[in-house]
Ligand binder design. Structure first.
Ligand SMILES: [Fe+2]
Ligand SMILES: [Fe+2]
Length: 474
C-alpha cells in the first residue's frame, strides 16, 4: 500500500474541497454522539450566559454596560441558534436541548448568575466562563471530523471567532472598572468558578473531572434580577417629562434641522426599550419557545443600537447628552405596573404605530430634509429595523389574539392603564419637569452661529396631558 502522504489529486489541487488532508480524513476517531454531546454542553453555557446578561440589563445602572449586555446577549443567542440547528440535523426530536448536561457546569453558571457585584460578574463571565467556552469551541473545531462533520467544524470556528471578540471587549470593560482593592477578591472568585468548570471536566467534558469546590458562594434565593430600571449618575433628572419631543416633531411650524435634535433625543431615550424587553424575556423565559427568545433578543439589541445612534448624533453636534434629562419613566412605569404580556402588548402597539406614514417614514423624511447626513443614515436603518420589529410582533404577539385589531386594542388598553405618575413624581421631589428645550436649542444655535427662532425657543409642551403617540391622557 502506498503511504497516504503520497495521495495525489488532479494536478495537486487541494484535496477534499480544502477541508483537510487525506490523512486527516482517514482518521476516524470521532462520532456523531460525541459531536452532539459537546455541542449540547456549549449550548447550555450560552443559554445560561444569555439569560444572565439579559436579567442584568434593567438593574445595571451603567449605560455602556446596558448596551454591552444587550449586544452580548444577542450574540449568545446567535450561537445558541447555530447549535440548535446543527443538533437538529443530527438527531430526531426531542433534542433534549433543555436538559442540564452536567451538574457542576450548572453550579458554575448558578454562581455567576447570582453574583451581585458588577465587577465580579464581568470578571467571572469575561475572564473565566467565555474564554473556557472559546477553548471548547476551538477543541471541537480541531477534533470534529473535518469531512463527515464539516457543518460542526464550521459553526465551531464561527463561534470561537465571535466569542473571542465578546470576551475581549468585556475584559476591557473590567479593566476600566476594577479597583486595586478588588483585585485579589476577583482573582479568588475566578478560581472558584474555574474550579467548578474543572470539576465538570471542562465545558466540553473532555478533561478528567477534578473535585468540586466544597461550598457555594450564593444560595438559590440570591437573585439579582430586578425589573425596576437603574441609571448611572450621568442621567440627571430622569423623571423629567417636561418636554414632549413627539409634539415638537409633528408640528409643521418647526424646522427639520431643529427636529433632528428631538430625533436624537428620542433615539437615545430608547435605552428604555431594552430595559422593558429584558423583563419580558426573563419573565416569559419558561413560557415561550427558543425562537421567541432569539427574535426578541435581536430586537432588544436593535433598540440598544438605536439608543447609541442617538448618542452618536449628539456627539456629532458637540452636544453633551448628560446635560439633557433622559427620561426613564416609560420603562420604570411599565416594568413596575404591568405583567409581561401587558408590557409586550404596549411594545407591539407602539411599534406597529410606527409603521404608517406618520411614524418612521416621517422621521426619515425629516432627517433627509434637515441636511444632517448622519441623521438620514441613522433614520434609514432605524426604519428598516422597525419594519423587522413589527414583523417579530406579528409572529410572536398577534397570534395570541383573534385578530390584528384585537391585538392592537389590547396593547392600547394596557398602555392607557399605565399611570404616568407625572404629578406624583413631582410631588415626591423627584423632578420639577423643567423645560430643558430652550437651553438645548439656544446652545445649538450659538454653536451654529444662528439666532434662535423665538417660536421654536418658546416650545413648551410636556407629557402631562399627552403620551408619546400624542393620545390625550385622562
Ligand atoms: Fe427603536
Ligand atoms: Fe423597535
Amino acid at each position: 500500500m502506498k503511504p497516504i502522504d503520497e495521495y495525489q489529486t488532479y494536478r495537486n489541487l487541494p484535496p477534499l474541497a480544502g477541508l483537510c488532508s487525506m490523512k486527516r480524513a482517514i482518521d476516524s476517531d470521532w462520532s456523531l454522539d460525541e459531536s452532539v454531546a459537546r455541542l449540547k454542553r456549549i449550548h447550555y453555557v450560552f443559554r445560561r450566559v444569555h439569560e444572565s446578561l439579559i436579567s442584568r440589563i434593567p438593574g445595571e445602572p451603567i449605560y455602556e454596560l446596558k448596551t454591552l449586555y444587550s449586544h452580548h446577549a444577542y450574540l449568545c443567542a446567535e450561537q445558541i441558534d447555530l447549535i440548535r440547528k446543527r443538533v437538529s440535523e443530527m438527531r430526531e426530536p426531542p433534542l433534549g436541548l433543555d436538559k442540564v448536561p452536567d451538574l457542576n457546569l450548572e453550579l458554575a453558571l448558578d454562581e455567576l448568575s447570582r453574583c451581585p457585584d458588577t465587577v465580579h460578574f464581568l470578571a467571572g463571565l469575561y475572564r473565566t466562563i467565555l474564554p473556557e467556552c472559546v477553548i471548547a469551541c476551538e477543541r471541537l473545531q480541531t477534533d470534529a471530523h473535518p469531512l463527515a462533520d464539516a457543518p460542526t467544524v464550521r459553526i465551531s470556528k464561527l463561534m470561537a471567532f465571535e466569542i473571542r471578540d465578546v470576551y475581549s471587549t468585556g475584559q476591557a470593560c473590567l479593566d476600566c472598572l476594577l479597583s486595586d482593592e478588588d483585585h485579589s477578591s476577583v482573582l479568588e472568585w475566578q478560581s472558584h468558578l474555574q474550579a467548578y468548570i474543572s470539576s465538570a471536566g471542562s465545558i466540553d467534558g473532555t478533561s478528567d473531572p477534578t473535585p468540586a469546590p466544597l461550598s457555594r458562594r450564593y444560595e438559590t434565593e440570591d437573585v439579582i434580577y430586578q425589573r425596576e430600571p437603574e441609571r448611572d449618575e450621568r442621567f440627571r433628572d430622569p423623571y423629567n417629562a417636561g418636554v414632549n419631543p413627539e409634539a415638537f416633531l409633528y408640528n409643521e411650524q418647526y424646522a427639520a434641522k431643529d427636529k433632528t435634535l428631538m430625533i436624537y433625543y428620542k433615539r437615545l431615550r430608547e435605552i428604555d426599550v431594552p430595559e422593558v424587553m429584558a423583563t419580558i424575556l426573563i419573565d416569559l423565559r419558561h413560557e415561550e419557545p427558543w425562537d421567541f427568545h432569539m427574535e426578541m433578543s435581536r430586537q432588544m439589541w436593535d433598540e440598544a443600537r438605536h439608543a447609541m445612534m442617538g448618542e452618536v448624533g449628539f456627539a456629532s453636534q458637540d452636544i453633551d447628552w448628560t446635560e439633557i434629562p433622559i427620561n426613564f419613566t416609560w420603562s420604570r412605569n411599565l416594568n413596575t405596573q404591568l405583567s409581561p404580556r401587558e408590557r409586550h402588548g404596549v411594545l407591539f402597539f407602539i411599534e406597529q404605530g410606527l409603521m404608517p406614514k406618520t411614524g418612521k417614514r416621517y422621521e426619515w423624511e425629516i432627517a433627509s430634509e434637515s441636511g444632517d447626513t448622519l441623521a438620514k443614515l441613522f433614520q434609514d436603518f432605524d426604519w428598516a429595523d422597525e419594519v423587522l420589529h413589527a414583523q417579530i410582533g406579528r409572529r410572536w404577539y398577534v397570534p395570541r389574539y383573534n385578530s390584528l385589531g384585537e391585538a392592537m386594542a389590547y396593547g392600547d388598553k394596557c398602555w392607557t392603564r399605565v399611570l404616568s405618575k407625572w404629578q406624583e413624581y413631582q410631588d415626591q421631589g423627584l423632578t420639577e419637569h423643567r423645560n430643558w428645550w430652550p437651553e438645548l436649542y439656544t446652545k445649538v444655535c450659538s454653536q451654529r452661529g444662528t439666532i434662535p427662532d423665538p417660536e421654536t425657543l418658546a416650545f413648551s409642551q410636556t407629557y402631562q396631558e399627552q403620551r408619546a403617540d400624542l393620545e390625550t391622557l385622562e
